[in-house]
Design a protein around this ligand. Structure first.
Ligand SMILES: Nc1ncnc2c1ncn2[C@@H]1O[C@H](COP(=O)(O)OP(=O)(O)OP(=O)(O)O)[C@@H](O)[C@H]1O
Ligand SMILES: [Mg+2]
Length: 247
């Protein structure tokens, strides 16, 4: 479904992605693990088109020089130069790290806003499905998003991405800063989302709750992939154990 080959991103002179190659097959949950500044967000933003957008803006104002090259194919089609909105139309939807919500709008308004590309009947159906994935949100549907807890806002952010009707859902550190109970809710929702036929690429630093549900994972360091394997293979890998679990 998604093929990344030799993807390289330079910010000015800093190499954020170093000829990175990976693939995601339809129906999979694929994990991408790495510590701070490994390049996870850069990869997600490059797949979603935000890096290209930033590059164009920086060029206009004569700011930072950003270089992006390599291959990025979605369903066989090269999309490295496509606009973010065109990628959303093709079904690539990113839930950003600490995804912002509209704080003064209530939960259901936030969900509906994300469906602007779709017909009202489709949006209604998508919102209903979001409440199935996150029953907790249903109880909060008239609450202002700005009043939600961090975990509830994260659920809402994932819900907003779902209303955009992804075929490939990109989740950038969805468990960041959440309690173990909230993390478990989100991990469970991810498996439910996949059951609905949505493919998932998810990043995390501390991957323990995610390992059991992934089909495959990649570990990256300084913009380069260092290990790949199934969740179990990664958990048993001595390099991964020492880097992530201090074992
Ligand atoms: N706009 C930018 N300009 C310059 N350098 C940047 C920019 N965005 C990211 N970087 C650098 O690129 C590297 C990769 O950053 P990135 O945000 O992709 O890492 P990450 O794996 O998501 O880290 P974290 O776990 O902290 O979110 C870092 O060294 C970061 O400082
Ligand atoms: Mg990040």
């Amino acid at each position: 479904m998604l093929e990344v080959k030799g993807l390289t991103v330079f910010y000015e002179n800093a190499l954020a992605l170093n000829s990175l190659s990976l693939d995601v097959r339809k129906g999979e949950i694929v994990g991408l693990f790495g510590s701070n500044s490994a390049g996870k967000t850069t990869l997600m933003n490059t797949i979603a088109g935000l890096t290209l957008d930033l590059k164009i803006k920086e060029e206009r104002k004569g700011g930072e020089r950003i270089t992006v090259h390599g291959e990025l194919k979605f369903e066989g089609e090269e999309i490295l130069e496509a606009k973010p909105s065109d990628r959303v139309r093709k079904g690539i939807v990113l839930c950003r790290e600490r995804h912002p919500v509209f704080r003064d709008s209530h939960v259901e308004e936030n969900l509906k806003i994300s469906g602007y590309l779709h017909k009202p009947s489709e949006v209604k159906e998508s919102v209903r499905r979001v409440y199935e994935f996150f029953p907790h949100l249903l109880r909060l549907k008239r609450r202002k998003a700005g009043l939600l807890s961090g975990g509830e806002q994260q659920m809402l952010a994932i819900g907003m991405a779902l209303v955009a009707r992804p075929r490939l859902l990109l989740l950038d550190e969805p468990l960041l800063g959440l309690s173990p109970a909230m993390q478990a809710d989100i991990v469970r929702a991810m498996t439910d989302i996949r059951k609905q036929g949505i493919t998932i690429l998810v990043t995390e630093q501390y991957a323990r709750p995610i390992f059991p549900i992934i089909d495959r994972g990649y570990v990256m360091e300084n913009g380069t992939l260092i290990v790949t394997g199934t969740g179990k293979e990664l958990m048993d890998n001595p390099e991964v154990k020492s880097a992530y679990f201090g074992m």
